[in-house]
Design a protein around this ligand. Structure first.
Ligand code: AMP
Length: 399
């Protein structure tokens, strides 16, 4: 996939109607936004378009209304928040690309901003229905995609609309694509990837693709025990994906053949049972991974593994991290995940954290400002690491 895509700065937007797909999928409670982070993150692109004198037509999905007009998933609250941040009225359309949107889009003056209703109110959205894509395109002259979190979906508002309009990236997507694209296509070396999380099966293609690119692949979290079992160790009651043992063997052979260093935890926190509730106090012992007792399960990496993984991260020039090192929801079992987050924060390398749990961990620990890039898309960043073509990015014009 070509990662060198045109952005809003590479196209004339003054006086043009610009349809800008954002990620306004914000959490709400009792009709109020509980975190406006995604709206705030979208403001640089919106402000650029407004300041350049574009007629800005914003759109996004929120939640999963599945083609039903659910009032609690209306984007009206988002329009109000953007109005406050922008200091000017955001015109709210009462439909997605229907009569009201058309009339309001046609009446826009340069620098005006309007917002369409939840794109997923229309069934065709997630089916990439050409009729909806065309209706969206008819509102505008240019399409801007600034929603990385949905870039792995071929929906009408994320990709389909680009069949009918010149399409470029907004600042958020541009940052995701340029930093992650460079890491995958032309990384500064040593390039270290750290993968964690529960299941090997979720990350099969990521492991396979990263082995083509990295100098060192570190595997922690629940996934590690399947690799340890594949190496012939007994891992007690730890999470093991029996069906993936052969795959792990294959990946270890591939790493060896490619000269990639594959690091598994040398020690682990063990306990007789999974914590219940997940944040309950839990007794743990630290043992070497060669000596996990039969009646215990590994729930976090141990102190030796923390030190080894941290040293690899610090010696790297590029680090990509996706997935927690243990059951980080539990304070006693969060040590490995914290150690990795800290190592990335301390590293001079280009550090990239995939969305989801690892991104949340960095943010909660206050390390976010010390990380080069925290991806805004969990699923999208994983597919990016898998080397897949993301429809919402592939549809943008090449530079
Ligand atoms: P994933 O969704 O695949 O990224 O996995 C994240 C989940 O993996 C988190 O909820 C962790 O609690 C869980 N996890 C991490 N390490 C382990 C482990 N050793 N055993 C069981 N679950 C784990």
């Amino acid at each position: 996939m070509n990662y060198n895509k045109k952005s809003i700065e590479d196209i004339e937007v003054a006086g043009k109607r610009v349809l800008c797909r954002c990620d306004f999928n914000v959490p709400t409670k009792d009709g109020k936004i509980t975190s406006d982070k995604r709206i705030v993150a979208a403001m640089p692109t919106i402000e650029y378009l407004v300041n350049k004198g574009a007629k800005v037509i914003l759109c996004s999905h929120m939640g999963k209304p599945k083609g039903e007009w659910k009032p609690e998933l209306s984007l009206k609250v988002v329009a109000e928040r953007i109005s406050q941040l922008l200091g000017k009225e955001v015109i709210m359309a009462s439909d997605v690309a229907g009569e009201d949107s058309k009339a309001k889009a046609a009446a826009l003056q340069n620098g005006d901003v309007m917002l369409l209703e939840n794109t997923r109110y229309i069934k065709g959205e997630t089916k990439n229905d050409p009729e909806l894509s065309k209706a969206l395109a008819d509102l505008a002259d240019i399409f801007v995609n600034d929603a990385f979190g949905t870039a792995h979906r071929a929906h009408s508002s994320t990709a389909g609309v680009a069949d009918y309009l010149p399409a470029v990236s907004g600042y958020l997507v541009q940052k995701e694509v340029s930093i992650m694209g460079k890491a995958l296509a032309n990384p500064e070396r040593p390039f270290v990837a750290i993968l964690g999380g529960a299941k090997v099966s979720d990350k099969l293609n990521v492991i396979n693709n990263l082995l083509e690119k990295v100098d060192t692949l570190i595997i922690g979290g629940g996934m590690a025990y399947t690799f340890l079992a594949a190496q012939g160790y007994t891992v007690g009651k730890s999470l093991v994906d029996e069906e993936k043992l052969d795959y792990c063997k294959e990946m270890m052979a591939k790493a060896e053949a490619k000269g990639v260093k594959l690091l598994l935890p040398v020690d682990t926190a063990v306990s007789p049972a999974f914590p219940s509730p997940i944040d309950a106090e839990i007794p743990v012992d630290y043992v070497d991974c060669t000596a996990i007792p039969a009646d215990k399960m590994g729930l976090d990496i141990g102190p030796k593994a923390c030190a080894e993984f941290a040293a690899a991260a610090k010696a790297a020039k590029t680090v990509v991290w996706n997935g927690p090192m243990g059951v980080f929801e539990n304070p006693t079992l969060a040590k490995g995940t914290i150690a990795v987050a800290q190592a990335l924060a301390d590293s001079d390398a280009v550090t990239i954290v995939g969305g989801g749990d690892s991104a949340a961990a960095c943010e909660q620990l206050g390390f976010a400002s010390q990380i080069t890039h925290i991806s805004t898309g969990g699923g999208a960043s994983l597919e990016f690491l898998e080397g897949l073509e993301l429809p919402g990015i592939a549809c943008l014009q090449d530079k």
